[in-house]
Design a protein around this ligand. Structure first.
Ligand code: 6CS
Ligand code: FE
Length: 294
């Protein structure tokens, strides 16, 4: 059996130097979708792109009502519902399968064509979630690369996935808005520490494994700086799977609720985990999917 070569070693027993990214940051060109050359160049360089009005005003009240409904209707012990230690809901996974309207957002002209263009292929939802970041109790997300987890624990071979985070409430500078290190996606930061069994049962609240050490984060922040994603509800932040990002806690009364749609290329389907004994559940990492119609 051929073992896929691992370009991105991580969860090691000793530290190794950062690894230059092997995969392109952008796979398509202006002829493949709605983004022009300038936007593609900016995304390739910085690892993210902000697109205002991705969902129009008319979508927001029904989407917010769906958040309320999902929070109220899902069983308390449903594993797709992650709760905040201080109370309230932190995340709901698979919202696109639980809510028709969230599912419809995926196929909007302002969403699906951009994912296909950036990844230059048909795409499927690797993971979708609503991060509620509730007022007063929203605890943050420590610095990490999503791809590091998706590679180590889900078996994602290449960096050919993109997240589309759509603000459902105003993302202010002060209510736990997403911070990114622009350009950090060009480097893969191997992490030290083996993946514990059933790691996702704790990592979705507080990620301890698969996060770069402070020296690495300090160098990355000094090299790249830190940008903050703020904007009105309806705005989308597209960001590369390997971009270092995180968010602070939210002690304001104003929730920062975003829906995250993670698109993976159909050319980049999951294999066996590269650094975990067993794959994570389907609601975190889809292994069966329906391609989207044209
Ligand atoms: O483990 C994951 O897949 C999730 N963890 C974080 C902190 N971001 C990406 C994703 O939601
Ligand atoms: Fe993340």
């Amino acid at each position: 059996m051929t073992v896929a070569h691992d370009n991105y070693p991580t969860r090691l027993d000793h530290a190794i130097a950062p690894v230059p990214r092997v995969d392109p940051a952008v796979w398509g060109d202006p002829g493949h979708g709605p983004l022009g050359q300038a936007e593609l160049d900016s995304y390739a360089e910085r690892g993210y792109l902000i697109r205002p009005n991705t969902v129009g005003e008319q979508w927001l009240p029904p989407l917010r009502q769906e958040l309320e409904r999902l929070g109220a209707e899902l069983d308390a012990d449903d594993p797709r519902v992650i709760r905040e230690p201080g109370g309230g809901i932190r995340s709901v996974f698979e919202p696109h399968l639980l809510s028709d309207i969230v599912g419809e957002v995926i196929s909007l002209d302002t969403v699906l064509p951009i994912a296909r263009q950036l990844l230059r292929s048909d795409v499927y939802i690797h993971q979708a979630r609503i991060n509620m970041m509730p007022g007063f109790t929203g605890s943050g997300f420590y610095w990490h690369s999503d791809f590091e987890t998706w590679h180590a624990e889900d078996g994602m071979p290449a960096i050919r996935a993109v997240s589309c985070s759509i603000a459902l409430t105003e993302n202010y500078p002060f209510n736990g808005s997403l911070m990114v290190m622009p350009g950090s996606h060009h480097t893969f930061y191997p992490c030290v520490g083996a993946t514990p069994e059933d790691n996702h049962e704790t990592s979705l609240v507080s990620q301890q494994i698969g996060v770069p050490d402070r020296e690495t984060l300090t160098k990355a922040a000094e090299q790249h700086g830190i940008d903050q994603f703020t904007g009105p509800a309806g705005t989308a932040l597209w960001f590369d799977a390997n971009l270092l990002h995180g968010s602070g806690s939210n002690i304001t009364p104003f929730p920062r609720s975003n829906v995250f749609l993670v698109f993976n290329s159909v050319e980049n389907e999951l294999t066996a985990p590269f650094a975990a004994a067993t794959p994570r559940p389907e609601y975190l990492a889809a292994r069966s999917y329906q391609p989207f119609g044209e």
